[in-house]
Design a protein. Structure first.
Length: 144
């Protein structure tokens, strides 16, 4: 298993709300340009001092995948280190056939951190690469 970092996570700066309690929403899209295996794909970032209020995943044209795991990626955000691991804080086994959001009670348990954190996904099975195969992740967060 390896770590892939999506173009969106690499190139886009993290957005911070202008003031406490203000919500920021970002949508990240990852196209499977290489076979996924069961690699961790770091797709998004959760800025320091922010807590998530919504994490939603959806897919487009994935054939063989049955479930998706969504969680915080260990280690330094955007660091290409294959030793980094994926938690299941947001979704442990979301169906790949439907848009799925993290329950509010689950989000309430996520603490803020002084460091930027990566948000990643992992497919339960290998998916062959194709330009029309996408994973879409919507993350909404607020400063506390």
């Amino acid at each position: 298993m390896a770590l892939q970092i999506s173009k969106a996570a690499l190139k886009l700066p993290l957005s911070n709300p202008g003031q406490a309690g203000q919500s920021t929403e970002r949508i990240f899209v990852h196209t499977l340009n290489a076979d996924s295996g069961t690699d961790i794909i770091e797709m998004a970032g959760l800025p320091a001092y922010m807590v998530p209020t919504e994490v939603t995943v959806d897919t487009d044209n994935l054939a063989g995948v049955t479930t998706i795991q969504v969680g915080l990626v260990s280690g330094v955000f955007k660091e290409p280190d294959d030793a980094r691991t994926l938690g299941s804080e947001f979704l442990a086994a979301a169906p790949s056939t439907a848009e799925t959001s993290t329950p509010l009670l689950t989000l309430a348990d996520i603490e803020k951190s002084m460091e930027h954190r990566g948000i990643g996904v992992q497919l339960s099975q290998n998916e062959a690469a194709a330009a029309n195969k996408r994973i879409v992740l919507r993350v909404r967060y607020i400063s506390m």
